[in-house]
Ligand binder design. Structure first.
Ligand SMILES: C[S@@+](CC[C@H](N)C(=O)[O-])C[C@H]1O[C@@H](n2cnc3c(N)ncnc32)[C@H](O)[C@@H]1O
Length: 344
């Protein structure tokens, strides 16, 4: 998640104890080279959006993405409309209520202070939807659809993994898209999360907590629960390591690796254990990299230490991704000591 609320919560909780890199006392903020996508300006500048415009934008953007994989035609127009409906439900865009993001208590979603939905906030994932299945916002779901279509169109093989799923909405979108675009190619959907309260989130931890059972029920509700969906329950430092032990790097592929874990250690665990599964042509998405200094610091350390040539492309105010262009072997000895969630 990349919201102002969460950034404040994540940094605030660690600031005094750990000199969190988000805060003024941290090391100088090194910036990475970032390219812009066509739609990123919608979330880096104010834009006039209401609910019907959000729905129309979704249908247009999902239509473009689906055409990349399937070509044009009447069934594709129907598919774009149904995926737009799905996305509106996932982001909470069909319910005319939203959190008041100014109130930090209970993760900014204290029920008595719900306000009218702000469509621009839901486009950009700037608030916390009490009723949706994902906080990432429509623009980042469109990005997932673009990358899913891209790997399908290019024939890049491999599964989808998200580390940090919260209520599961992004994984649900990926599952539904892959089964729409490739009904006979059963790619796995790997959902990693602690599925319990993480103390590093401070006052937001109650809002961010979900049980694995609740999230599995979300998959069932949204028609995305199949035997190809795999849950990995626990801290990434354990579950990503276990995945590595169980899956031969030479034989397992992740066409899309999405990381949404807010903390330096969460990203470092994900990158060191999972990066090598992504083939050339596959994608890595960082949800929080443009707004969480600790996450940007982790990306720059990893890129520098491992000599990666890839650069980021911005999705919205908070997020970016890159396509893998070189099959780089990762040197595990370069890993940095724990800085936040893994620190005892
Ligand atoms: C911002 S939320 C993810 C939002 C989600 N991608 C969505 O679509 O709404 C971050 C999630 O990452 C999980 N998380 C963060 N660091 C973690 C770690 N080191 N191990 C396990 N889970 C972690 C939290 O439990 C939380 O559910």
């Amino acid at each position: 998640m990349a919201t102002a609320n969460l950034m404040a919560a994540a940094c605030g909780a660690y600031a005094l104890l750990l000199a969190c890199t988000c805060c003024a006392a941290g090391p100088p903020y090194r910036k990475a080279t970032v390219e812009e996508t066509a739609g990123s300006h919608l979330c880096t500048h104010a834009a006039d959006f209401d609910q019907p415009k959000l729905r129309a934008y979704a249908e247009e953007q999902f239509g473009v993405a689906i055409r990349e994989a399937l070509g044009s035609g009447v069934p594709q127009a129907w598919a774009a409309s149904s995926v737009a409906d799905l996305a509106m439900t996932l982001v909470g865009g069909n319910i005319d209520l939203a959190c008041n993001k100014k109130n930090k208590s209970n993760g900014g979603c204290y029920i008595p202070i719900l306000t009218n939905m702000n469509a621009h906030m839901r486009l950009c994932g700037n608030d916390w939807p009490p009723f949706g299945f994902t906080m990432v916002g429509l623009q980042r779901l469109v990005n997932v659809a673009q990358l899913v279509s891209s790997v399908v169109a290019a024939g890049v093989q491999g599964d989808f993994a998200e580390l940090g799923v919260w209520r599961g909405g992004v994984c649900i979108m990926a599952q539904r898209l892959f089964s729409l675009l490739e009904p006979s190619n059963m790619r796995k959907i790997h959902a990693f999360d602690a599925f319990e309260k993480l103390p590093g989130y401070g006052s937001a931890s109650a809002f961010l907590e979900n049980s694995a059972t609740d999230v599995q029920n979300n998959f069932k509700t949204m028609g995305a629960w199949t035997r190809h969906v795999k849950f990995h329950v626990g801290l990434f430092q354990e579950t990503a390591r276990a995945f590595r032990a169980e899956h031969d790097v030479a034989r397992t592929r992740l066409a899309i690796l999405r990381i949404d874990g807010n903390f330096y250690d969460s990203y470092q665990d994900a990158l060191y254990q999972m990066y090598e599964y992504v083939p050339v042509g596959g994608y890595v998405i960082f949800d929080d990299v443009m707004s969480h200094r600790a996450v940007m610091a982790c990306w720059i350390d990893f890129k520098t230490d491992q000599g990666l040539p890839e650069t980021l492309t911005r999705i919205d105010k908070h997020s970016a991704y890159f396509q893998k262009i070189v099959d780089t072997r990762i040197d595990p000895t370069k890993q940095h000591p724990p800085q936040d969630v893994n620190k005892k």
